[in-house]
Write a new protein. Sequence first.
Length: 252
Amino acid sequence: MRKDQENIYRQIQDAINNLPDNFSILEEQIDVELQLQYFNFSKELKNEFSKEYILERKDDLLDENIPTEEKKNLLVLLASVNEVEAYRAVERFAKNPIPELKEWSILALQESRMLLQSTLLDEQQVFISTGLGGQGQKLRYFVVLRSKNLQVEFTKVQKQLIESELIFIIKRYDGVFEEIEFEEGFAKALFLMPLKSDMQEMFRSFIDECNQYGDFMDEDVILTNVRKLESSEIRDFLDNGLIDIEGKDDDE
């Protein structure tokens, strides 16, 4: 890792370590662009209407005659109202949403829940959301593990070693291994890890252990919690050093 990358990593790690213990993680995997759209929309709308007006319209969420776009607006508005009846209205809709608003309703429900908790507990709640979601107080990550020879597939023994060592190190750091796939020159895996974990140290230990058996693993990894990368994107990055993690030019 270059010195500038090391400094950025440490700054991010310091910010994470300073988070309070009462944070919540969005568990569902929701496109980051949609999340940004929701929160920008929320910022624009929440002061436009009175609490009374919003609550009077809460039953419109379940009215089949109300257009989808109006329900989309109403979900955001209800999520901004610090009342149990507003939360219950969003909750009812989120249990059986129309397909177009499924992810939107999840975001609204999370915002509404956080608002109520902040009031009831009389303390600010921290909400953490990523494209890959999480579970409990763990975030989901996607990692690409590189071979030193990108034109050669890992051997059967190397694959077994990588998988077993990855499962072991993730468990040692109180994480949860989910899946791994192997392709020519690299492996890609999905796992859950506590928010405040030192993953730089974790992967350094993992690669050092694997390289005791043939020095075949590259020290650099690609790690993201935004989305799973397609094999073609990974190949482009490994060949050219170019990648669009946010996926702004594709369906993501």
